[in-house]
Design a binder for this molecule. Structure first.
Ligand SMILES: Cc1cc2nc3c(=O)[nH]c(=O)nc-3n(C[C@H](O)[C@H](O)[C@H](O)COP(=O)(O)OP(=O)(O)OC[C@H]3O[C@@H](n4cnc5c(N)ncnc54)[C@H](O)[C@@H]3O)c2cc1C
Length: 369
């Protein structure tokens, strides 16, 4: 699915991808399909790969800005991938989603039905993407430093002082783990500020529909003021998923009661009867999942070579709340740059998500000092 025609390309090379979430696994797959040998290293937290359920849906804006355009093309890529690799009705469903305004009163004018939106179990997709003869996956290793060997021009990928491997190309696809990795490299080689990343904690609440057989649940997924997805098949029976909190300040890694309560109260703003019917589950046996999103202040991903760093260092991260919609497309954009294949999007979009947008500002700031 990632293969396209282009003449006079450099021959396939060796790459190390750090992170096996949606960004890392799709980058590895796209490189592997161009003949590259790829080692993926993951610390074992699995990022999106462990998110029990997510929505892919388009971003819309009055000016049809970069995020909206990327999300539309990203959705197309995801539809192809889901149809290619996953079982419909089990791993994903073209459920559609009703999108509500984030705040204020709700009316027919400000709600939108997106028929091409879908729910997906991301782990099924990352597993399928990594299943390729050119990809080797190393689990349970935290990459904590990268060092350029000046004589060979290859990168040493280090974990607790030990070199895990050498590679001419390293892709940072470690979600929030990119923040420390990127700033380490910037300190060492560029002496410029790291892009303004944020790490944002989020918690999903979920339960089995059999626990509340008489609850009046919305027939379709909803999104906008949090999200609610009913009728999802799981090995234990049909389930609903309710999310998510969005917290820049709370470092807690585990599931909290407070966040469950927040999710339920937000559902109550739009569907008070459903929230009431789910209350007994929340007081007894609601389940939860916690993860951390990596974002940038302009809410766009960061894709391309790491500006001001030595050659061979690339990044595919800062997917925010939309990694499932944007991840595959961003990998394709990155791999086009790494391999010399034509880009799937125009130059304007490539620049909008490149790290040059921050490097230029950082340089100007340093010159003013
Ligand atoms: C509660 C919640 C709900 C969400 N819901 C949705 C949704 O409905 N739709 C949607 O599109 N998105 C959703 N998201 C966002 C989505 O999960 C992210 O956009 C997506 O996970 C980003 O993928 P990624 O591969 O870039 O990073 P991640 O998923 O974070 O993956 C990074 C990987 O790198 C590994 N790693 C990190 N540091 C290191 C290191 N130093 N060394 C080695 N490995 C490392 C981690 O173990 C992880 O496996 C949600 C996020 C949260 C928290």
């Amino acid at each position: 699915m990632f293969r396209r025609q282009a003449p006079n390309l450099p021959s396939p090379q060796v790459a190390c991808v750090i992170g096996a979430g949606i960004s890392g696994s799709s980058t590895a797959r796209a490189l592997a399909e161009q003949g590259w040998q790829v080692t993926v290293i993951d610390s074992g937290h699995f990022g999106a790969a462990s998110l029990p359920l997510g929505l892919i849906s388009p971003h819309t804006s009055k000016d049809d800005g970069a995020l909206s355009r990327l999300s539309r093309i990203g959705m197309e890529r995801m539809h192809v991938a889901m149809r290619t690799y996953l079982i419909e009705g089990v791993d994903w469903s073209l459920s559609g989603v009703m999108t509500y305004p984030r705040t204020g009163p709700v009316s027919d004018k400000n709600t939108t039905w997106h028929p091409d939106a879908a729910w997906i179990k991301p782990s099924a997709l990352t597993r399928a993407l990594l299943d390729h003869p050119n990809i080797k996956v190393v689990r349970d290793k935290v990459v904590d430093a990268l060092k350029l060997e000046s004589n060979t021009k290859s990168w040493q990928v280090l974990s607790s002082g030990a070199c895990l491997l050498h590679a001419e190309h390293v892709v940072l696809a470690a979600g929030p783990g990119c923040i420390d990795l990127c700033s380490g490299v910037m300190r060492q080689y560029a002496n410029v500020a790291t892009p303004p990343f944020d790490a944002i904690r989020g918690q999903v609440s979920w339960g089995l529909m059999a626990q509340t057989p008489n609850a009046a649940l919305p027939p379709n997924p909803i999104n906008g003021r949090g999200s609610f997805v009913p009728h999802v098949p799981t090995p234990e029976g049909a389930a609903w998923f309710l999310g998510s909190t969005y917290d820049r300040t709370h470092p807690h890694e585990g599931v909290t009661e407070e966040d469950h309560t927040f999710n339920l109260s937000r559902l109550g703003e739009l569907f008070p009867d459903t929230a009431k019917a789910l209350e007994p589950v929340f007081s007894k046996n609601v389940r939860g999942w916690v993860g951390v999103r990596c974002t940038l202040h302009d809410r766009l991903p960061l894709v391309g070579s790491v500006a001001d760093a030595p050659a061979g260092l690339w990044i595919n991260s800062a997917m925010g709340s939309r990694g499932l919609t944007l991840g595959l497309l961003c990998s394709e954009i990155l791999v086009a740059q790494m391999t010399g294949y034509p880009s799937p999007v125009d130059d304007h979009l490539v620049r909008a998500i490149s790290s040059l947008r921050f490097a230029e500002k950082a340089r100007a700031k340093m010159q003013r000092k």
